[in-house]
Design a protein around this ligand. Structure first.
Ligand code: CUA
Length: 309
Protein backbone atom coordinates (compact mmCIF):
# COMPACT_ATOMS: atom_id res chain seq x y z
CA UNK A 1 0.00 0.00 0.00
CA UNK A 2 2.64 2.52 1.11
CA UNK A 3 4.80 1.79 -1.90
CA UNK A 4 1.96 2.48 -4.28
CA UNK A 5 1.35 5.78 -2.55
CA UNK A 6 5.02 6.69 -2.94
CA UNK A 7 4.96 5.71 -6.59
CA UNK A 8 1.80 7.70 -7.11
CA UNK A 9 3.41 10.77 -5.52
CA UNK A 10 6.44 10.47 -7.78
CA UNK A 11 4.18 10.29 -10.84
CA UNK A 12 2.08 13.19 -9.61
CA UNK A 13 5.13 15.38 -9.01
CA UNK A 14 6.73 14.54 -12.37
CA UNK A 15 3.53 14.96 -14.36
CA UNK A 16 2.60 18.21 -12.58
CA UNK A 17 6.03 19.61 -13.32
CA UNK A 18 5.79 18.70 -17.02
CA UNK A 19 2.25 20.07 -17.23
CA UNK A 20 3.26 23.42 -15.71
CA UNK A 21 6.38 23.61 -17.88
CA UNK A 22 4.34 23.03 -21.04
CA UNK A 23 1.76 25.66 -20.06
CA UNK A 24 4.59 28.11 -19.36
CA UNK A 25 6.13 27.39 -22.75
CA UNK A 26 2.79 27.92 -24.50
CA UNK A 27 2.21 31.25 -22.75
CA UNK A 28 5.72 32.34 -23.58
CA UNK A 29 5.24 31.47 -27.23
CA UNK A 30 1.90 33.33 -27.33
CA UNK A 31 3.42 36.44 -25.81
CA UNK A 32 6.37 36.43 -28.17
CA UNK A 33 4.38 35.78 -31.32
CA UNK A 34 3.85 38.78 -33.62
CA UNK A 35 0.46 40.51 -33.35
CA UNK A 36 -1.64 40.23 -36.49
CA UNK A 37 -5.23 40.72 -37.66
CA UNK A 38 -7.34 39.63 -40.63
CA UNK A 39 -5.64 42.03 -43.01
CA UNK A 40 -2.04 41.17 -42.17
CA UNK A 41 -0.47 39.34 -45.15
CA UNK A 42 1.07 35.99 -44.21
CA UNK A 43 4.73 36.21 -43.38
CA UNK A 44 6.44 33.26 -45.02
CA UNK A 45 9.99 34.35 -44.38
CA UNK A 46 10.05 32.46 -41.06
CA UNK A 47 9.50 29.16 -42.87
CA UNK A 48 13.01 29.07 -44.26
CA UNK A 49 14.76 31.10 -41.59
CA UNK A 50 17.00 28.85 -39.47
CA UNK A 51 16.26 29.11 -35.73
CA UNK A 52 19.22 27.54 -33.93
CA UNK A 53 18.08 28.66 -30.47
CA UNK A 54 14.62 27.16 -30.88
CA UNK A 55 16.10 23.99 -32.32
CA UNK A 56 18.42 23.66 -29.32
CA UNK A 57 15.54 24.20 -26.89
CA UNK A 58 13.36 21.59 -28.57
CA UNK A 59 16.22 19.09 -28.54
CA UNK A 60 16.86 19.73 -24.84
CA UNK A 61 13.18 19.39 -23.98
CA UNK A 62 12.98 16.13 -25.93
CA UNK A 63 16.01 14.71 -24.10
CA UNK A 64 14.61 15.79 -20.71
CA UNK A 65 11.21 14.22 -21.54
CA UNK A 66 12.90 11.01 -22.60
CA UNK A 67 14.95 10.84 -19.41
CA UNK A 68 11.91 11.63 -17.27
CA UNK A 69 9.95 8.82 -18.92
CA UNK A 70 12.80 6.36 -18.36
CA UNK A 71 12.98 7.47 -14.71
CA UNK A 72 9.23 6.92 -14.23
CA UNK A 73 9.43 3.48 -15.86
CA UNK A 74 12.33 2.63 -13.53
CA UNK A 75 10.38 3.85 -10.48
CA UNK A 76 7.43 1.71 -11.52
CA UNK A 77 9.64 -1.35 -12.07
CA UNK A 78 11.37 -0.89 -8.71
CA UNK A 79 8.01 -0.64 -6.94
CA UNK A 80 6.94 -3.83 -8.68
CA UNK A 81 10.10 -5.64 -7.61
CA UNK A 82 9.85 -4.34 -4.05
CA UNK A 83 6.32 -5.75 -3.89
CA UNK A 84 7.50 -9.06 -5.33
CA UNK A 85 10.19 -9.24 -2.65
CA UNK A 86 7.75 -8.90 0.24
CA UNK A 87 8.36 -11.75 2.62
CA UNK A 88 6.05 -14.72 2.33
CA UNK A 89 6.61 -15.82 5.90
CA UNK A 90 3.30 -16.45 7.63
CA UNK A 91 1.42 -15.69 4.44
CA UNK A 92 -2.31 -16.22 4.23
CA UNK A 93 -3.24 -18.28 1.16
CA UNK A 94 -6.46 -17.62 -0.69
CA UNK A 95 -7.69 -19.16 -3.93
CA UNK A 96 -9.64 -16.54 -5.82
CA UNK A 97 -11.89 -17.75 -8.61
CA UNK A 98 -13.62 -15.34 -10.95
CA UNK A 99 -17.14 -16.26 -12.02
CA UNK A 100 -19.80 -14.44 -14.02
CA UNK A 101 -20.25 -12.27 -11.91
CA UNK A 102 -18.94 -12.99 -8.47
CA UNK A 103 -15.80 -14.02 -6.64
CA UNK A 104 -15.23 -17.31 -4.91
CA UNK A 105 -12.66 -17.12 -2.08
CA UNK A 106 -11.20 -20.30 -0.66
CA UNK A 107 -8.90 -20.04 2.35
CA UNK A 108 -6.51 -22.98 2.17
CA UNK A 109 -4.30 -22.55 5.24
CA UNK A 110 -4.20 -25.00 8.09
CA UNK A 111 -3.08 -28.55 8.61
CA UNK A 112 -6.55 -30.01 8.66
CA UNK A 113 -9.14 -30.13 5.88
CA UNK A 114 -11.61 -28.63 8.31
CA UNK A 115 -9.42 -25.53 8.45
CA UNK A 116 -10.22 -24.82 4.83
CA UNK A 117 -13.24 -22.63 4.24
CA UNK A 118 -14.92 -20.85 1.38
CA UNK A 119 -16.61 -17.50 1.22
CA UNK A 120 -17.57 -15.10 -1.55
CA UNK A 121 -17.16 -11.52 -2.66
CA UNK A 122 -15.69 -10.25 0.61
CA UNK A 123 -12.13 -11.14 1.48
CA UNK A 124 -10.94 -10.53 5.02
CA UNK A 125 -7.17 -10.28 5.41
CA UNK A 126 -4.99 -9.57 8.45
CA UNK A 127 -3.22 -6.20 8.51
CA UNK A 128 0.54 -6.42 8.08
CA UNK A 129 0.66 -10.02 6.88
CA UNK A 130 1.31 -10.99 3.27
CA UNK A 131 -1.56 -12.64 1.46
CA UNK A 132 -0.77 -14.90 -1.47
CA UNK A 133 -3.61 -15.09 -3.94
CA UNK A 134 -3.95 -17.92 -6.43
CA UNK A 135 -6.08 -16.54 -9.21
CA UNK A 136 -8.16 -18.61 -11.60
CA UNK A 137 -11.41 -18.25 -13.49
CA UNK A 138 -14.32 -20.60 -13.95
CA UNK A 139 -15.78 -19.27 -17.18
CA UNK A 140 -14.28 -16.28 -18.96
CA UNK A 141 -11.35 -13.95 -18.29
CA UNK A 142 -11.79 -11.65 -15.31
CA UNK A 143 -9.31 -9.32 -13.67
CA UNK A 144 -8.60 -8.85 -9.99
CA UNK A 145 -8.19 -5.20 -9.21
CA UNK A 146 -8.01 -3.61 -5.78
CA UNK A 147 -6.31 -0.32 -6.68
CA UNK A 148 -5.11 0.52 -3.17
CA UNK A 149 -3.41 -2.84 -2.69
CA UNK A 150 -2.03 -4.03 -6.01
CA UNK A 151 -2.04 -3.64 -9.75
CA UNK A 152 -4.49 -5.54 -11.94
CA UNK A 153 -3.99 -9.24 -12.45
CA UNK A 154 -6.00 -11.24 -14.94
CA UNK A 155 -7.83 -14.41 -14.01
CA UNK A 156 -7.61 -16.72 -17.01
CA UNK A 157 -9.59 -19.97 -17.06
CA UNK A 158 -7.26 -22.93 -16.55
CA UNK A 159 -4.19 -20.84 -15.88
CA UNK A 160 -3.25 -20.10 -12.30
CA UNK A 161 -1.70 -16.73 -11.61
CA UNK A 162 -0.15 -15.60 -8.34
CA UNK A 163 -0.50 -12.21 -6.75
CA UNK A 164 0.77 -11.05 -3.41
CA UNK A 165 -0.97 -8.31 -1.49
CA UNK A 166 -0.54 -6.78 1.92
CA UNK A 167 -2.58 -4.14 3.68
CA UNK A 168 -0.66 -1.93 6.08
CA UNK A 169 -3.73 -0.20 7.48
CA UNK A 170 -7.05 -1.64 8.60
CA UNK A 171 -10.04 -0.69 6.51
CA UNK A 172 -12.23 -1.69 3.61
CA UNK A 173 -10.54 -1.69 0.22
CA UNK A 174 -12.92 -1.62 -2.71
CA UNK A 175 -12.07 -3.91 -5.59
CA UNK A 176 -13.61 -4.45 -8.97
CA UNK A 177 -13.35 -6.85 -11.88
CA UNK A 178 -11.23 -4.97 -14.39
CA UNK A 179 -11.64 -7.08 -17.52
CA UNK A 180 -14.89 -6.95 -19.47
CA UNK A 181 -16.54 -10.29 -18.76
CA UNK A 182 -20.10 -9.88 -19.94
CA UNK A 183 -23.30 -8.08 -19.11
CA UNK A 184 -22.74 -7.51 -15.40
CA UNK A 185 -19.00 -6.89 -15.49
CA UNK A 186 -19.64 -3.56 -13.79
CA UNK A 187 -21.49 -5.30 -10.95
CA UNK A 188 -18.62 -7.65 -10.13
CA UNK A 189 -17.40 -5.84 -7.08
CA UNK A 190 -15.16 -7.13 -4.36
CA UNK A 191 -14.45 -5.91 -0.85
CA UNK A 192 -11.11 -6.56 0.79
CA UNK A 193 -11.53 -6.01 4.50
CA UNK A 194 -8.23 -5.61 6.33
CA UNK A 195 -8.70 -6.47 10.00
CA UNK A 196 -6.27 -6.12 12.91
CA UNK A 197 -4.65 -9.58 13.39
CA UNK A 198 -6.71 -10.73 16.39
CA UNK A 199 -9.94 -9.61 14.75
CA UNK A 200 -8.96 -11.48 11.59
CA UNK A 201 -8.33 -14.68 13.57
CA UNK A 202 -11.76 -14.35 15.15
CA UNK A 203 -13.32 -13.91 11.75
CA UNK A 204 -11.45 -16.91 10.29
CA UNK A 205 -12.37 -19.07 13.28
CA UNK A 206 -16.03 -18.15 12.82
CA UNK A 207 -15.87 -18.86 9.08
CA UNK A 208 -14.42 -22.33 9.76
CA UNK A 209 -17.46 -23.24 11.81
CA UNK A 210 -20.25 -25.04 9.99
CA UNK A 211 -23.54 -23.22 9.81
CA UNK A 212 -25.47 -23.46 13.07
CA UNK A 213 -28.80 -25.25 13.11
CA UNK A 214 -31.66 -22.76 12.88
CA UNK A 215 -32.71 -21.54 16.29
CA UNK A 216 -36.42 -20.84 15.86
CA UNK A 217 -39.26 -22.49 14.00
CA UNK A 218 -39.40 -19.91 11.24
CA UNK A 219 -35.73 -20.26 10.37
CA UNK A 220 -36.06 -24.02 10.66
CA UNK A 221 -38.75 -23.88 8.02
CA UNK A 222 -36.56 -21.57 5.96
CA UNK A 223 -33.93 -24.28 5.89
CA UNK A 224 -36.47 -26.76 4.58
CA UNK A 225 -37.66 -24.32 1.91
CA UNK A 226 -34.07 -23.67 0.91
CA UNK A 227 -33.51 -27.39 0.57
CA UNK A 228 -36.64 -28.13 -1.42
CA UNK A 229 -36.39 -25.15 -3.78
CA UNK A 230 -33.75 -24.55 -6.43
CA UNK A 231 -31.45 -22.68 -3.97
CA UNK A 232 -29.65 -25.79 -2.80
CA UNK A 233 -28.77 -26.84 -6.34
CA UNK A 234 -26.22 -24.03 -6.66
CA UNK A 235 -25.43 -22.65 -3.19
CA UNK A 236 -23.48 -24.49 -0.53
CA UNK A 237 -24.11 -24.15 3.19
CA UNK A 238 -21.52 -26.09 5.18
CA UNK A 239 -22.98 -28.03 8.04
CA UNK A 240 -26.43 -28.13 6.50
CA UNK A 241 -27.38 -31.09 4.34
CA UNK A 242 -26.54 -29.32 1.12
CA UNK A 243 -22.87 -28.58 1.28
CA UNK A 244 -21.80 -29.73 -2.15
CA UNK A 245 -22.99 -27.18 -4.67
CA UNK A 246 -20.34 -24.74 -5.86
CA UNK A 247 -22.07 -23.02 -8.76
CA UNK A 248 -22.88 -19.92 -6.76
CA UNK A 249 -21.57 -18.05 -3.73
CA UNK A 250 -21.11 -20.15 -0.59
CA UNK A 251 -23.75 -19.07 1.91
CA UNK A 252 -22.42 -20.75 5.05
CA UNK A 253 -21.87 -17.36 6.71
CA UNK A 254 -23.72 -15.08 4.33
CA UNK A 255 -25.13 -12.98 7.17
CA UNK A 256 -21.60 -11.91 8.12
CA UNK A 257 -21.16 -10.11 4.81
CA UNK A 258 -21.72 -6.46 4.07
CA UNK A 259 -23.17 -6.85 0.61
CA UNK A 260 -25.18 -9.16 -1.63
CA UNK A 261 -24.59 -10.10 -5.26
CA UNK A 262 -20.92 -9.03 -5.37
CA UNK A 263 -21.26 -5.54 -3.99
CA UNK A 264 -24.58 -4.84 -5.74
CA UNK A 265 -26.85 -4.50 -2.69
CA UNK A 266 -26.37 -3.81 0.99
CA UNK A 267 -26.97 -6.98 2.95
CA UNK A 268 -30.26 -6.26 4.69
CA UNK A 269 -33.24 -8.60 5.16
CA UNK A 270 -35.32 -6.40 2.83
CA UNK A 271 -32.72 -6.47 0.07
CA UNK A 272 -32.15 -10.20 0.51
CA UNK A 273 -35.86 -10.83 0.15
CA UNK A 274 -36.12 -8.62 -2.94
CA UNK A 275 -33.02 -10.24 -4.44
CA UNK A 276 -34.34 -13.79 -4.01
CA UNK A 277 -37.71 -12.79 -5.44
CA UNK A 278 -36.24 -11.18 -8.54
CA UNK A 279 -32.48 -11.23 -9.05
CA UNK A 280 -32.86 -10.12 -12.67
CA UNK A 281 -34.25 -6.77 -11.51
CA UNK A 282 -30.99 -5.93 -9.79
CA UNK A 283 -28.51 -7.80 -11.96
CA UNK A 284 -29.98 -8.63 -15.37
CA UNK A 285 -28.25 -11.69 -16.79
CA UNK A 286 -27.18 -13.18 -13.48
CA UNK A 287 -27.26 -16.97 -13.38
CA UNK A 288 -29.55 -16.85 -10.35
CA UNK A 289 -33.13 -17.51 -11.40
CA UNK A 290 -36.12 -15.86 -9.80
CA UNK A 291 -37.47 -18.19 -7.15
CA UNK A 292 -41.27 -18.28 -7.04
CA UNK A 293 -42.10 -18.57 -3.35
CA UNK A 294 -45.02 -17.63 -1.20
CA UNK A 295 -44.40 -14.61 1.01
CA UNK A 296 -44.26 -16.93 4.05
CA UNK A 297 -41.66 -19.18 2.46
CA UNK A 298 -39.64 -16.18 1.33
CA UNK A 299 -39.72 -14.69 4.84
CA UNK A 300 -38.67 -18.06 6.28
CA UNK A 301 -35.65 -18.30 3.95
CA UNK A 302 -34.62 -14.76 4.77
CA UNK A 303 -34.91 -15.59 8.49
CA UNK A 304 -32.79 -18.71 7.99
CA UNK A 305 -30.08 -16.97 5.96
CA UNK A 306 -30.11 -14.11 8.46
CA UNK A 307 -28.97 -16.55 11.14
CA UNK A 308 -25.91 -17.62 9.15
CA UNK A 309 -23.51 -15.20 10.79
CU1 CUA B 1 -15.47 -10.24 -14.24
CU2 CUA B 1 -15.42 -8.23 -15.52
Amino acid sequence: GERFLDLWRVFLAACSFVFVAILAAVFLALRRGPRADDTTPPDLTTVNRPEPAARRNVTRAAVVSGLALVALIAASAFTDRALARLSLAQAVHVEVTGNQWWWSLRYTDGADVHDIFTTANEMHIPVGRPVLLKLDAADVIHSFWVPSLAGKKDLVPGRTALLEIRADKPGIYRGQCAEYCGLEHALMGLLVIADPPDQYEQWAAAQRQPAPDPADAKAQRGKQVFQSSSCAMCHAIEGADFAGAQHAPDLTHVASRETLAAGTLKNTPGNLSAWIRSPQTFKPGTAMPATPLSQDDLDAIVAYLGELK
